[in-house]
Design a protein around this ligand. Structure first.
Ligand code: DGL
Length: 279
């Protein structure tokens, strides 16, 4: 298969790295929408528009399956993309369902934290998915926006990130038993989050998504697929910062200007659902 994986920018490389290990035999195309990052502070409608355009481009590149490697884009655009892509028989996976399933397996007493961008928290998709499965859960959603620039800066260990993590989630130390790292960047801060919340099981949506896709695709087949990296801006920064997320320097990287989306990925009429806009 040729799997198109996309994110607002660099962070989705944590999902891509996990996929690289989980489905080595398939071709993987990564698209980082670095011209439009961040998605985490944008309105749901804007994120949907960006996601439709990226999906349309990946389909034109021959993708026959799509992975939304961005939590915010999954929160705002998964149903829209699934609806559009179903007309082409293209399956679409997001990172939220697998993260939720992993948390439901991991938790002990039903006190689950969700750490994510403002947009993901405001969209409520993680909360709704958890409650659908287990209405009795206690859910603690926390937007942790400063963790994204810290991860990109490579400032993931030491006093400053520890203080930031303490500020966001320290008050939940005695409350949570499990927390979902519901943003592509947070796995890089896993050690620091674990220092602040030593008795909390941390669930990595990136890893859970790769495992779910492996199950979707059936048993491992011998061989090695191709790896392609595409960005919409600033190749050099993507390579330098991306190395920390991917574990090796992404290359080669192609820069593209995304053309307007084409059917069936056109913006849906009446899509004005930005009521859940983050403040
Ligand atoms: N990739 C985004 C996410 O997982 C984080 C970065 C952004 O805000 O675009 O939600």
């Amino acid at each position: 298969m040729r799997i198109g994986v996309f994110d607002s920018g660099i962070g989705g490389l944590t999902v891509f790295a996990a996929l690289d290990r989980a489905v080595p035999e398939h071709d993987l195309i990564y698209l980082g929408d670095t011209a439009r990052v961040p998605y985490g502070t944008r309105s749901p409608r804007t994120v949907r528009r960006y996601a439709l355009r990226v999906a349309s481009y990946l389909h034109a590149q021959g993708a026959d399956a799509l992975v939304i490697a961005c939590n915010t884009a999954t929160a705002h655009a998964l149903p829209t993309l699934r609806q559009a892509a179903s007309l082409l028989n293209i399956p679409v996976r997001g990172v939220i369902e697998p993260g939720v399933q992993a948390a439901l397996t991991a938790h002990r007493q039903g006190a689950i934290g969700i750490f994510a961008t403002e947009g993901t928290i405001a969209g409520g998709t993680y909360q709704d998915a958890l409650r659908r499965e287990r209405p009795d859960l206690q859910i603690f959603p926390v937007a942790c926006p400063l963790l994204v620039p810290l991860a990109e800066e490579g400032w993931t260990h030491g006093a400053v990130p520890r203080q930031v993590v303490e500020h966001y989630v320290g008050h939940l130390r005695e409350t949570l038993d499990t927390a979902i790292l519901g943003c592509t960047h947070y796995p890089l801060l896993r050690d620091t989050i674990a220092e602040v919340l030593p008795d909390v099981t941390l669930v990595d949506s990136a890893q859970a998504t790769a495992e779910a896709i492996r199950r979707d695709l059936g048993p491992l087949v011998a061989g090695r697929g191709s790896r392609t990296y595409i960005v919409t801006d600033h190749v050099a920064r993507f390579q330098t910062v991306g190395e920390r997320f991917l574990g090796h320097r992404p290359e080669p990287v192609i820069a593209v200007d995304l053309p307007p989306a084409v059917s069936p990925f056109l913006e849906l009429k009446g899509d004005s659902a930005d009521e859940e806009m983050c403040s």
